[in-house]
Design a protein around this ligand. Structure first.
Ligand code: ADP
Ligand code: MG
Length: 695
């Protein structure tokens, strides 16, 4: 009989239930304490957990284990070791120790380190993250780990994320204590990432080098139909897509990933999956796994899942909406407006802390989502713009205005004095109407909509946690010194709202007026990756990360180096792919068509027929071929120039200003040629084929 969903759910996860069953009581308690409070784990506990994990893994057919980690790319890494341990009599036993569970030593030399490894120890080690559950995939036990150098520098995305969660926990608890809360012991940030993706047919995909090498189409004329009919969003799922989604859900559920919502997105062939939110580091691990499983399941259905931010020009790109909040171990969401006066003050304090943090650190929040792929969305006529602003909705904005002005908020019961009266509750539908805002309050959480679809959300959440912690720290300092706490709180909230009104924008972020208005307000507009990324190294940003030990200056430098390097490499691959396609496929296809048409013309002429079509077509395509050939020459020459640039920032600028522009110029005639040559001559599946083929 088929398993029921509750039986299936988490069946491949070493979860709390299994731990309780398999571990001696005292060991279970010690492990829980580590997981919940981040306390140190003793070796005897680790040994006990290792035995239980191994037994469970073997029962599920596992033969290997791996320390699973997240190097400074958007991917995860793993090296598998089998459990076998030879015995003297030539047999093997299946063995796994606490030491092996807690620490691994992968050869780290091939992962990007952004110069960290030159200055520090060459080797790295992985350390078990007991707060994210182990799981089984492909007959291997996966142990989530952090990846560091021997001298402790973070070589991954998880370590800074965990540090930032810890920092926010400390500062938020401090603020709650000042507000008179003595119960809360721990605060976690929570994340629910909504994942967008495209599905295309695999046989068609395999005919396009650009999709294979770059994950996006580098050329392609628009299909006669795009997304203008608005018939795809929430539309009926086609059978093949529906079957895929069912399979995907099941695979995710087995791994304890709470996939919840699925639907068609705005663009044809575009879809979305949203899980139920979880503690940030677990949500990040799960999102990494989700992306991997999405691709694997697609392959089974003879499709390819495209996670690129902009696979098709003129069609909406894909993002990852990062829903974020803070929640206490007593089960209170700190961004929930609450029902009592005390909760209101708390809500307003945490809300204004987020607003101020986003305003003070617009630059690094923007930088945390910068990538070559995402440049096609942010600031490129696509949702959302590159300018960071906050959407609060009219109601909440009205409340904040009333507080600043010391007046009643219409007939609602908001008094000037904070915490004395009760705030209106903001239903989701009054706060979630604006889809153009990069950072929107949606009832009881913020939704950061800038991350690209294939980005690991570890980075943006590391930044969010740290900057909010910093503001909470500043708030605590001020409140600690107060003679009259209530007055000080009142003043702090009012002042913070007033000083940060410039970042609040409830209007249309796509309008032409907004960038002009935003500039007047002093908001940053960092349009591209080479522009955004270096802001990590501005003094105030180095200071905030090092103050809380989230990134050292060297760790930040390494990340900037890696991000810019990755940007350059991506554009280089795109440029080379485009050159290859133009030379080997597009120009020859055009030439062949011209030749055949010319032959037809000859034949027509020999029997005295008219040859207008043939002549016009030959002329038109020949002109485009010439234009393309020239643009190709320019691109090729400029790609050569890259080799003489040594500085990474300069190289990134060159790729952005010159190579990217060259590619645009080459695309124009290529796309026109596509519309002129016969279908059988064109070497690629078209946008029509790719976007409307999957039924
Ligand atoms: P939508 O944004 O499409 O209206 P929802 O509000 O239901 O949808 O939620 C979107 C995502 O936000 C889901 O992944 C959900 O689990 C997540 N989410 C809801 N509450 C929180 C929270 N307190 N913290 C983080 N994420 C949350
Ligand atoms: Mg949403």
């Amino acid at each position: 009989m088929a398993q029921s969903i509750p039986e299936l759910y988490g069946s491949l996860v070493f979860n709390d239930k299994i731990m309780r069953e398999k571990l001696p009581k005292d060991m279970y308690k010690a492990l829980k304490k580590t997981i919940e409070n981040g306390t140190h784990l003793e070796l005897d506990v680790a040994n006990s957990v290792a035995v239980a994990m191994k037994e469970w893994a073997l029962e599920h057919g596992a033969t290997h284990y791996t320390h699973w980690f997240q190097p400074m790319t958007n991917f995860t890494a793993e090296k598998h070791d089998s459990f076998i341990s030879p015995t003297v009599d030539g047999q093997v036993i299946m063995d796994f120790s606490g030491k092996e569970l807690v620490k691994g030593e992968p050869d780290a030399s091939s992962f990007p380190s952004g110069g960290l490894r030159a200055t520090f120890e060459a080797r790295g080690y992985t350390a078990w993250d007991p707060t994210s559950p182990a799981f089984i995939k492909d007959r291997t036990l996966y142990i989530p780990t952090a990846f560091c150098s021997y001298s402790g520098e973070a070589l991954d995305k998880k370590t800074p994320l965990l540090r930032s969660m810890d920092t926010l926990n400390k500062e938020a608890v401090k603020v709650l204590r000042l507000l008179g809360n003595t119960e809360v012991k721990h605060i976690n940030t929570t994340v629910g990432p909504e994942q967008e993706y495209f599905l295309v047919d695999k046989d068609l995909y395999n005919k396009r080098k650009d999709l294979i090498f770059c994950g996006r189409t580098l050329i392609g004329a628009p299909a006669p139909k795009g997304q203008e009919m608005e018939d795809h969003y929430f539309g009926t799922l086609k059978p093949r897509v529906s079957a895929y989604m069912h399979d995907l859900d099941e695979e995710l559920w087995k791994l304890g990933i709470p996939a919840k919502t699925k639907h068609n997105e705005v663009a044809p062939a575009q879809h979305e999956l949203a899980p139920v939110f979880d503690t940030t580091n677990v949500a990040v691990d799960h999102n990494q796994l989700t992306m991997e499983i999405m691709k694997k399941v697609a392959a089974k259905h003879n499709m390819v899942c495209l996670l690129h931010e902009k696979p098709f020009e003129g069609i909406n790109g894909s993002g990852k909406h990062n829903n974020w909040s803070m929640s206490t171990d007593t089960g209170v969401n700190l961004l929930d407006p609450g029902k009592t006066p005390a909760e209101n003050a708390q809500f307003l304090l945490f809300l204004t802390a987020v607003i101020k943090a986003v305003n003070d650190y617009q630059d690094i929040l923007r930088a945390s989502v910068a990538s070559a792929g995402n440049d096609h969305r942010l600031g490129a006529n696509e949702a959302p713009p590159a300018i960071i602003s906050i959407f609060l909705g009219d109601e909440l904005t009205g409340v904040l205005d009333a507080i600043v002005n010391g007046v009643k908020y219409e007939d609602k019961r908001v008094e000037m004095e904070i915490g004395v009266d009760v705030l209106p509750h903001f239903p989701k539908d009054t706060t979630d109407r604006n889809r153009t805002s990069p950072f929107a309050f949606t009832g009881n959480k913020f939704e950061f909509r800038m991350p690209g679809s294939k980005l690991s959300v570890a980075g943006p959440n590391t930044v969010l946690n740290t900057i909010v912690a910093d503001v909470l720290d500043q708030f605590a300092d001020e409140l600690e010194k107060a003679d009259n706490f209530q007055d000080a709180l009142d003043d702090l909230i009012k002042r913070t709202i007033k000083e940060n009104q410039n970042i609040i924008f409830n209007g249309n972020g796509y309008s032409d007026e907004w960038p002009v208005e935003a500039e007047k307000r002093g908001l940053l507009n960092l349009k591209s990756t080479p522009e955004a990324v270096p802001t990590f190294l501005a003094q105030k940003n180095v200071d905030v990360f090092s103050k809380y030990g989230v990134y050292t200056e060297a760790e930040l430098q390494s990340r900037v180096e890696i991000l810019l390097d990755e940007y350059c490499k991506t554009l280089n691959i795109e440029a080379l792919t485009m050159i290859d396609m133009a030379k080997k496929e597009i120009l020859p296809a055009a030439a062949k068509y011209i030749k055949d048409i010319a032959k037809t013309a000859e034949l027509a002429k020999s029997c005295g027929a008219e040859t207008v079509f043939e002549e016009e077509t030959v002329k038109e395509i020949s002109a485009l071929v010439t234009e393309m050939y020239k643009a190709l020459g320019t691109l090729e020459a400029d790609v050569q120039k890259v080799h003489s640039i040594e500085d990474t920032q300069e190289m990134a600028n060159f790729f952005h200003d010159t190579i990217f522009a060259d590619m645009g110029a080459l695309r124009v005639p290529a796309d026109k040629i596509e519309t002129l040559v016969g279908k059988d001559y064109w070497p690629y599946p078209t946008y029509s084929d790719l976007l409307f083929y999957v039924k």
